[in-house]
Write a protein that binds this ligand. Sequence first.
Ligand SMILES: *[C@@H]1O[C@H](CO)[C@@H](O)[C@H](O)[C@H]1NC(C)=O
Ligand SMILES: *[C@@H]1O[C@H](CO)[C@@H](O)[C@H](O)[C@H]1NC(C)=O
Length: 191
Amino acid sequence: MATDLITWLRSKTFVLALLRKVQQETNSPLLAIIRAVLTRWTSHYLAFTRLLEISGPLKLLVSQEDLRGPDNQIITGDSKAKARARAMVRTIKNDTFWAAIQRMKTHLQPLALAANITQAAFCRLDEVLFTFGHLYREFDRLNQRADRHIREAVLASIERRWAKCDQDVFIVTAILNPFVDLRAFKQVSIL
Ligand SMILES: *[C@@H]1O[C@H](CO)[C@@H](O)[C@H](O)[C@H]1NC(C)=O
Ligand SMILES: *[C@@H]1O[C@H](CO)[C@@H](O)[C@H](O)[C@H]1NC(C)=O
């Protein structure tokens, strides 16, 4: 639904122009809409975050246009275009949708951060290990009932990767890091 909404918004320059006007009138930042690349966590994270950032002006625009009745400037074009615009307006008014996007953003944030760190031109083995640790901790503390299967899936995936990798070299790099040494391996609850 989010991808659909993003694609539609980006193709409708008149809606974007109306949105910009609302952003200006409400002193909201003039943020552009970003489209995600299918296989990249980071781009989904950025696209969903941006969509959430413009959700206020977007909802305001939709309710303003609702008041115009037959002069609604969003529901325009031939019958097919109107049907699609109505569907998009339904999505924009759908609080369950926005709550779901907010949840996805929370789930994607640690993954986007991990991708950012480990895909940098210079990433050390100890940083990879701590990134794994951070990911584990972030998903381990998802305690909402609805998030249970996400927690289990991500933790199982991290465990699988860790079991397959050359663990010794990662552990040595952590011990050789003077800021970490053996402290990272203490039996404390957060580790
Ligand atoms: C609202 O969004 C949820 C998904 O987030 C969807 O399951 C539901 O069908 C939507 N409701 C309407 C009225 O479109
Ligand atoms: C990581 O994030 C920084 C700051 O947003 C960005 O400049 C950099 O290109 C990102 N690196 C990767 C590999 O995504």
